[in-house]
Design a protein around this ligand. Structure first.
Ligand code: GTP
Ligand code: SPV
Ligand code: MN
Length: 604
């Protein structure tokens, strides 16, 4: 029994409401993990994979209706509606608590209540950010063990100072009055993912999946942390962190924000195709950015695991992710299962192994698709995931475990756009960079429920993750740029790996070849190459982007790196309308930048 009074009291209150059959305080040990896996095997939630091929790893299939983040059911319940802003769902916090208290009433009957003490970021950080997740899902408990610093050590650190923590309550919302009634993936049609920003509190109900249930991740490390960052002068961002070393041995740190399923994990683990360059990984999804004593911006990855999109991850695209996964100790969700107890997904190998079982549990073949299903249905769900300790990444940077983080030289924003946005552009200034991030747009992916391929603005790739008013968020970005001298700020870039030709073919090969863009970024930081100034930003001069040995025609290259006046004539009004739709809190700098671009377009 822990001796953190605040924690004990909260657990008692939640138990009185949810009425679990048992309470278990998680210590994060190997024995505990084994016990949880045994329980999950027994309930049919997971199967153990072949120990020879994927040691210490399990495979889970979710309910087919619980496969991604649910943005429509995600709420920022600030006291005032205007603090949630136009991009978040809002409900009065008291009303939401009343609604959810009814749902939580008795919701853990017949189940165990797990208490998971955790720390986002380093336990020995200057101000460690603690949390405690209460959940009735052992799948969540074993996933949190990979994704966060959890268990006895986190609890001891909290207890040492009676530290405050973010209470994060999660239930799958399926009480069990008769244990034989349990299903492999309990969940509820009613789902709520709710944040109380002033109280720094999270309530989640009805889903067992990823960002809906591993509450340290999107709910804490982005939505709640973004509010903490606003109040305390730092940033919580949907960014990978990588270290890039040039042939001359000079190193640079780059943070990049792309929307969900738009290439962060792939870029973070990149194997450069250009001679003499190397990449090391520090993070693949979330970065916390603070100014150091020296006035530079430092980045820390608050997580300890990769929760990566499985499809498309293969030796040809991301060999380092493959190597990390081969290390075992992983949880695979909604991928396909092979006959010998291994996992498979589209893009892992050119041809599918025979006798697969698909993510819905049906026999599946490459020629016929799933038995009883539609021809062409994929074996793995497009948002299927691997959950793997980041320490298994062969190219993990030695600075990954440094609580102070790494100094950031460049920030890259990006999105998935068929047209309009060039391969790479540099911003003319910090505020132009903030404008680029703010007006970032992307076609939606399977990482959230809803239609795929719909174009939407996704400011800083944070649209679903900003825990407060988007206008205040953009003002905070501008303010951050005013907190140090200009020369110490990271340079800001905007990339698009996804530009296509009229036939829908990608113009840029992407993946490892994106190293060529990183090289240009470094050459710009070092001021070794010039630019062409356009309304889309400062673009590479012809010949400056290193395409040595790359199979790309001059016409395709020109099309992928070029500025298109006709496409921008369509884009500018869309940007203007969107900025207007955000209301009056948007910082004046955004209007100034818009005006400058409109001017430049008129002049050309
Ligand atoms: P989240 O974990 O959801 O935040 O996603 P992420 O941003 O980490 O995306 P990830 O790297 O997992 O990539 C998502 C999808 O985009 C995968 O199917 C990749 O194969 C694909 N992808 C990544 N990089 C590129 C690229 O450079 N070009 C193309 N065409 N596709 C890419
Ligand atoms: C994302 O959707 O950006 C993810 C996956 O990284 S989830 O953890 O489900 O949010
Ligand atoms: Mn993500």
């Amino acid at each position: 029994m822990p001796h953190h009074a605040g924690l004990v009291k909260w657990v008692q209150e939640v138990a009185a409401l949810t009425r679990p059959a048992a309470i278990h305080y998680c210590d994060g040990s190997d024995t505990e993990y084994e016990t949880f896996v045994d329980l999950l095997v027994e309930s049919g939630t997971v199967v153990r994979l072949n120990e020879e091929i994927k040691p210490n790893s399990v495979y889970a299939r979710t309910d087919p209706d619980d496969v991604a983040r649910v943005e429509d059911s995600t709420f920022i319940c600030s006291v005032k509606e205007n603090d949630a802003g136009p991009t978040n769902n809002w409900m009065d916090p008291d009303k939401m608590k009343a609604t959810m208290t009814k749902l939580y009433d008795g919701c853990m009957r017949g189940r165990t209540l797990y208490v998971i003490p955790f720390c986002m970021g380093h336990i020995d950080a200057a101000e460690p950010k603690f949390g405690v997740e209460i959940t009735d899902s052992a799948y969540v408990a074993i996933s949190m063990r990979i994704m966060t610093r959890m268990g006895a050590e986190a609890l001891a650190a909290m207890e040492a100072t009676e530290a405050s923590f973010v209470p994060a309550l999660h239930s799958v919302g399926m009480p069990l009055d008769d244990p034989t009634d349990d299903v492999p993936w309990p969940c509820n049609d009613v789902k709520y993912i709710v944040h109380f920003p002033e109280e720094r509190m999270i309530w989640s109900y009805g889903s067992g999946y990823g960002g809906n249930s591993l509450l340290g991740k999107k709910c804490y490390a982005l939505r709640i942390a973004s509010v903490m960052g606003r109040d305390e002068g730092w940033l919580a961002e949907h960014m990978l962190i990588l270290k890039l070393t040039s042939p001359e041995g000079r190193s640079y740190h780059v943070c990049a924000a792309f929307p969900s399923a738009c290439g962060k994990t792939n870029l973070a683990m990149l194997e450069p195709t250009i001679e003499g360059w190397s990449v090391e990984t520090l993070g693949d999804d979330i970065a916390w950015l603070r100014f150091g004593e020296d006035g530079r911006l430092y980045a820390v990855n608050p997580e300890t695991g990769l929760f990566g999109v499985a499809p498309g991850t293969g030796m040809d695209t991301n060999p380092n992710a493959v190597a990390a996964i081969e290390g075992g100790n992983s949880i695979f969700t909604n991928v396909a299962l092979t006959a010998d107890g291994d996992v498979w997904w589209e893009g892992m190998s050119r041809s599918a192994p025979p006798n697969l079982t698909d993510w819905k549990g049906r026999p599946w073949t490459a020629r016929g698709g799933p038995e009883g299903g539609r021809l062409g249905e994929k074996a793995a769900h497009p948002n299927s995931r691997f959950c793997t300790p980041i320490e298994q990444t062969p190219i993990l940077s030695k600075d990954y475990n440094n609580p102070a983080g790494v100094p950031v030289d460049a920030i890259i924003f990006g999105g998935r756009r068929q047209n309009t946005i060039p391969l790479v552009a540099q911003s003319r200034s910090w505020s132009h960079g903030v404008f680029m991030g703010a007006t970032c747009s992307s076609e939606t992916t399977a990482a959230a429920t809803g239609a795929v391929g719909v174009l939407r603005r996704d400011p800083m790739a944070m649209l679903p993750f900003i825990g407060y008013h988007v206008g205040d968020y953009l003002a905070h970005w501008i303010e951050m740029g005013n907190s140090t001298t200009h020369d110490k700020l990271p340079k800001i870039f905007y990339v698009n790996w996804f530009r296509r030709d009229a036939d829908g073919r990608f113009l840029w090969p992407g993946f490892k070849e994106n190293s060529r863009v990183l090289k240009w970024v470094v050459e710009r930081i070092e001021d070794r190459v010039g630019v062409i100034d356009t309304p889309a930003g400062m673009l590479p001069q012809p010949g400056d982007l290193d395409v040595t040995g790359l199979d790309i025609t001059d016409a395709d290259l020109a099309a992928v790196i070029g500025y298109s006046p006709t496409e921008w004539a369509d884009e500018l009004p869309r940007i203007r309308r969107w900025l207007r739709s955000l209301g009056s809190k948007v910082p004046v700098e955004m209007d100034d930048e818009l005006w400058l671009i409109a001017e430049a377009m008129a002049r050309r």
